[in-house]
Every structure is written in C-alpha cells, then in structure tokens.
Write a new protein. Structure first.
Length: 124
C-alpha cells in the first residue's frame, strides 16, 4: 500500500456535495454573526441613550452601509438557525441518509436564498 497517488491541490476544481456546502455555510454564518453582533449592539446602545441619539440611530440605519450590515446579519442569522434546526433534526435520526441529507441541505440553502432576496427587497 505504498503507492504514489495523484494529489489534486487545486481546490477550485473540486465539486462539493450540497451537504458539505451547507455545513461550510453554517460555520461561515456563525463567524459572520460573531463579527457583526458588536456593530448591532453599538447601534442598539446608540438608539437607547436618548431621543437625540435615537434620531442619530435612525440616520445611521438609513445609510447604505448600515443597511448592508443589517441585511448581512439577518441573512446570516436566518441561515444559521435553519441549518442548526436541520442538524438537530438529523440528531434525532431523521434525514440521515445521503439522499435525505442532500434534499435537506438543498432546501435550507434555497430557503435562505429566497429569504435573503425578500429581505433585500424589503430593506431597499
């Protein structure tokens, strides 16, 4: 068993199954939530300080950058919750087959894309 196997170091040529994509996105959205939470806590603290600061927070939220932050946070939160529910359901033994995992991963990704689009339309 000491033969030299070919090694593909170009990760761009690999095709990941939907289950792997869903898992990677679950981790990335968790990281995004970790990074974006302080910005939203800052926005909340600004809005709660006084009436004038609430008006300032409203002005901040009207800015495109803050709309993008809110959109990214909401999309990450929605996807992370959906994927987390998928993992919990799989912990109970539902959808553990390859086909069940594939269908649930595609469903989670599709629902998140639809939600992201609808939220973007609503915000802008």
């Amino acid at each position: 068993m000491n033969r030299q196997r070919p090694v593909n170091l170009d990760l761009g040529t690999l095709r990941f199954p939907p289950m792997a994509i869903a898992s990677i996105l679950h981790r990335l959205t968790g990281l995004a939530l970790f990074v974006l939470t302080p910005f939203l806590i800052y926005l909340l603290s600004v809005s709660l300080a006084s009436e004038a600061s609430f008006a300032r927070a409203q002005a901040l939220v009207a800015m495109p950058l803050w709309k993008c932050v809110i959109w990214a946070f909401a999309c990450a939160l929605f996807y992370h919750v959906l994927a987390g529910i998928r993992h919990l359901v799989m912990d109970f033994g539902v959808g553990e087959s390859v086909e069940g995992g594939r269908k649930s991963a595609i469903a989670v990704i599709a629902l998140a894309v639809v939600y992201a689009f609808l939220l973007g339309v609503w915000l802008w």
